[in-house]
Design a binder for this molecule. Sequence first.
Ligand code: NAP
Ligand code: GCO
Length: 266
Amino acid sequence: MDMKDFSLEGKVAWVTGASYGIGFAIASAFAAAGAKIIFNDIKQDLVDKGLASYKEAGIEAKGYVCDVTNEDVVNATVEDIVREFGKIDILVNNAGIIKRIPMCEMKASEFRQVIDVDLNAPFIVSKAVIPHMIKAGHGKIINICSMMSELGRETVSAYAAAKGGLKMLTRNIASEYGEYNIQCNGIGPGYIATPQTAPLRERQADGSRHPFDQFIVSKTPAGRWGNAEDLQGPAVFLASDASNFVNGHILYVDGGILAYIGKQPQ
Ligand code: NAP
Ligand code: GCO
């Protein structure tokens, strides 16, 4: 076993939607492991904000304006990246949205919007990148799944459907392209403190913790929310040669929540 297998030195990594949040943390870890970082956002001002954040972290990143749901823009972005960097060794399908609406109150257009970003886009981006990985003779695709790839809860029907589908898309890419030395795996974060979950952690009017905040902490054996940094080591592992025989696996990084039935009410 050579510890250099965990290095990303000389690799080119594209983390979608990584201006901040989980994507930014994963991209930062890839940079620390030696990779060149590419990210995208839907508007130039957001890309610029992301670039400023990477610069502040001492990371030289390349940002593209790219809405991952727009196939023409994705295809053009992939061509630009390959023209400038020569390859894409690692793709992380991180960009995602959630809409918390009771299913019977959710418009079909709202359901479709979540599916479009969280499931259709990973298909579109992976489909554009895989031919280049086949040509290179290797590739790593990491799809950011969710506990909702396994569990449901009130108000997240579209998100759970998308993330459940993303789990199976992960397994199918692994099955269809494993023979080209492409490994496709998923990371299933637990409840992570990012802008996406901020509404679930907001202090109440009386200053008390949000009931959902208390619920998640009680349901998590680790007894805390995850931080985006908790995902960095698992992401580097799945992006590195150390995981070349890991394929089609969803690595849950959740503090044990999926393993735990929950504490008996006192
Ligand atoms: P976040 O803070 O909301 O960040 C999401 C990122 O995706 C933002 O940079 C956003 O850019 C970008 N994005 C959204 N739609 C896009 C599009 N159409 N094209 C390009 N970029 C787009 O979310 P997060 O918590 O970091 O989550 C990142 C991923 O982890 C998501 O897939 C999420 O489902 C998943 N996840 C999160 C948690 C959690 O507890 N936080 C747990 C499990 C899984 P804009 O700023 O322009 O919208
Ligand atoms: C929610 C949360 C979750 C987390 C994450 C859990 O409303 O239940 O947003 O969906 O984001 O996906 O793994």
